[in-house]
Design a binder for this molecule. Structure first.
Ligand code: CTP
Length: 402
């Protein structure tokens, strides 16, 4: 699994730095190409020569050292690697990553690279639980960075608690799962819808909903990371297009319907994460509607149900729908799954704190037509997406093991 994979191990200044020698050694034994970047404080805990000998590559510490491999080394390395793992990751490096500070070799590569990043936090438990550290970790996870651990137990400072770096074998296993996951959807084509459609009333007003698009964007990102060629059909949002994803912008439910149906025959999976307006104004005024002091009635006409239409048309495609509910979550979701003929429905109660529209996190259940149900705890939307990708790989018939 690691053969030919190019891994950058970033080492920062914590006592757990000595354990990273084992991570590097294991990765090398599994035939990975390992590069190492250390912060200055990390070199106080473990000698660069040790990690150079284990990785069989020069260790980078200073930004302005004589180039060892290529010119503008931090950029060349940033482009060269398949993944970065920062282990141990101190509170300090997490802060620097969160604000995008680049003041040494490692932090500069972390800013310059587009490779996926893992961090294995390691620090005293009070530092770990400090709101600043927790906020930084939440922000980093929101950007797609994955945390390995930390573990709980005895700490070098003499206390007990969370903040111990995960064991080297666990770090290596997380990377192994990542590389397995990268292959899961290779050769598959995915279409994801996201955001809330807007149904114009006149040139300045529309009927909309509270969807931020974050769930759909997160799903598009993880599908793409899992190797699928991914198209994102998006209603208006403020979100950046995930790297490598092709985005098509639409505004209304009818535009989304046309965009999705035109591509349905080319794709293997559709994830309908968009909040599609069920109705649109019967007429769209050409000029701004003026007030006249009396009551107004708005006539609405139904929009097509995109997912239900796909459910009728599908041949071999996998269909994934969402059920955003405010009551009777599971029963309503179950009905939608049957009515729309989908392979998996993601049910979420949008009234719960930490779930649904606008929130960076979500609390969802996956429901399958065979009656299977998976209830996930509250987690970041990218993590929900990663769970969804695992299930999707299973639906494609892949043997997914932990
Ligand atoms: N959906 C769709 N086209 C619509 C409405 C919804 O494709 N016109 C999709 C959504 O993207 C979602 C699923 O259908 O994947 C369920 O959407 P939801 O708004 O929860 O349900 P509705 O079908 O609108 O049903 P209701 O309004 O009765 O809750």
């Amino acid at each position: 699994m690691f053969a030919g994979k190019k891994i950058l191990v970033g080492v920062t200044g914590g006592i757990a730095a000595y354990k990273v020698a084992e991570v590097i050694s294991r990765l090398r034994k599994l035939h990975a190409e390992v590069h190492v970047a250390m912060t200055k404080s990390a070199t106080e805990f473990i000698a660069p020569l040790t990690l150079q000998s284990l990785s069989a590559n020069p260790v980078h510490v200073e930004l302005f050292d004589e180039p060892k491999l290529w010119n503008v080394e931090h950029i060349a390395l940033a482009k060269h690697i398949d993944v970065v793992v920062v282990a141990p990751a101190t509170a300090n490096i997490l802060t620097k990553m969160a604000i995008g500070l680049a003041d040494d070799f490692l932090s500069t590569v972390l800013l310059a690279t587009r490779a996926p990043i893992f961090v294995a936090p390691a620090m005293n438990h009070a530092m770990y639980h400090h709101p600043a550290t927790q906020a930084n970790l939440a922000l980093l996870k929101d950007r797609g960075i994955q945390a390995i651990g930390p573990d709980t137990g005895f700490q070098a400072c003499g206390t007990e608690g969370d903040g111990r770096m995960s064991e080297p074998v666990e770090i290596v296993e997380s990377l192994a799962r990542f590389f397995a996951g990268v292959e899961w959807l290779k050769g598959k084509r995915a279409l994801v819808t996201a955001g809330g459609t807007q149904e114009p009333l006149d040139p300045v007003r529309y009927l909309g909903n509270r969807s931020s698009g974050r769930m759909g964007y997160a799903i598009a990102q993880v599908l793409q990371e899992a190797g699928a060629e991914t198209i994102l059909v998006s209603a208006p949002t403020d979100l950046p297009t995930p790297f490598g994803v092709t985005k098509l912008s639409v505004q209304t439910a009818l535009e989304m319907y046309d965009a999705v149906l035109a591509r349905f025959h080319e794709v293997d999976v559709v994830v309908m994460a968009a909040a599609v307006a069920d109705y649109r104004p019967a007429v769209q005024a050409e000029q701004k509607i003026k007030k006249n002091g009396s009551n107004r009635t708005l006539e609405l006409v139904p929009n097509p149900d995109i997912l239900a239409q796909l459910g009728r048309m599908k041949t071999s495609q996998i269909l994934i729908g969402f059920a955003a509910e405010t009551e009777n979550l599971l029963a309503n979701a179950q009905l939608k799954m049957q009515r729309k003929n989908v392979n998996l429905i993601v049910a979420n109660d949008v009234t719960k704190p930490g779930a649904g529209f606008g929130s960076p996190t979500n609390i969802v259940s996956f429901l399958f037509p065979d009656g299977r149900r998976i209830d996930l705890p509250q987690m970041n939307k990218l993590e929900v997406g990663r769970h969804l990708v695992r299930e999707l790989a299973g639906l494609f018939g892949m043997d997914i093991k932990e």
